[in-house]
Ligand binder design. Structure first.
Ligand SMILES: NC(=O)c1ccc[n+]([C@@H]2O[C@H](COP(=O)([O-])OP(=O)(O)OC[C@H]3O[C@@H](n4cnc5c(N)ncnc54)[C@H](O)[C@@H]3O)[C@@H](O)[C@H]2O)c1
Length: 249
């Protein structure tokens, strides 16, 4: 089997770190050129350099996914640097955990804006090009198992991630006739800078509660994001795939 994404252009948000960075690199290993978007410009540049080190083209884009003008500018830059986008990965995200009693309106808005509105804005901007071009495409949205279980202390995050599931299904229905597929991944606890901040004890407890007995690695989410971006999943749309090591079945 040859490279699975040869000749394709991928646009990955939050690609400066963790799951997004792994996905950008995995796609490049399979022949894709990658637009690396992150609100942290230095981190985006670092991932773009890793993509180029694999012999692929990359463009580093400093942008905030929750701002329409920045997203539209990033998509225009991608078109100019790499050509039309075939694959969109909506991955950018952050945590502002607090119980409902303590959760501020600002932290509710921030988390909903980055995850849910950001996914909407990037989908709107990128899917328009996929539709016009008429060569289909694949959209991979990163939800979370938190959306299924309603994690304690994550009213903002779980609501945003559940919203992403609904948005994925609407996207799948609205764009199916243009050959664009949209699917979501729900990771469990994956070792990244985001979760390392939770502390050793909580991570160890999490690993013990997971049937496969450990935390996941970003590469293991990237592998599923590769499946959903590639032709291997040509009849899969509107689906939600859990990547949790069997936790919360
Ligand atoms: N790590 C896990 O256990 C886990 C589990 C379930 C879901 N997820 C989801 O996976 C995605 C990636 O998480 P991660 O663990 O790799 O986190 P991470 O913190 O390592 O990476 C997230 C990246 O998103 C970027 N980002 C944040 N806000 C942004 C914005 N407004 N615009 C553009 N970029 C922005 C950050 O700068 C960072 O580089 C997130 O959507 C997260 O909610 C992670």
């Amino acid at each position: 089997m040859g490279p699975m994404l040869a000749g394709r252009v991928a646009f990955v948000t939050g690609a400066g770190s963790g799951i997004g960075r792994s996905t950008a690199i995995r796609y490049a290993e399979e022949g894709a050129d990658v637009a690396v978007l992150d609100v942290n410009g230095a981190a985006a540049a670092d991932t773009a350099a890793a993509v180029e080190a694999l012999g692929r083209s990359a463009v580093a884009l400093r942008a905030d996914v929750s701002r329409a003008a920045e997203v539209e500018g990033a998509v225009r830059q991608t078109l100019a640097a790499l050509g039309p986008v075939d694959i969109l990965v909506n991955n950018a995200g952050l945590l502002r955990d607090a119980t409902i009693r303590n959760l501020s309106e600002a932290d509710w808005d921030l988390v909903l804006d980055v995850h849910l509105k950001g996914t909407f804005l990037c989908t709107k901007a990128v899917a328009a090009g996929m539709r016009e071009r008429g060569r289909g495409g694949a959209i991979v949205n990163i939800s979370s198992i938190s959306a299924k279980i309603g994690n304690f202390g994550q009213a903002n995050y779980a609501s945003a991630k559940a919203g992403i599931v609904a948005l994925t299904k609407v996207t799948a229905r609205e764009y199916a006739k243009y050959g664009v597929r949209a699917n979501a991944i729900q990771p469990g606890m994956i070792e990244t800078p985001m979760t390392r901040a939770l502390g050793e004890e909580r991570l160890a407890r999490n690993a013990a509660e997971t049937p496969l007995g450990r935390l996941g690695r970003p590469e293991e989410v990237a592998a599923v994001a590769l499946f959903l971006a590639s032709d291997l999943s040509s009849f899969v749309t509107g689906a939600v795939i859990e990547v949790t090591g069997g936790r919360y079945l």
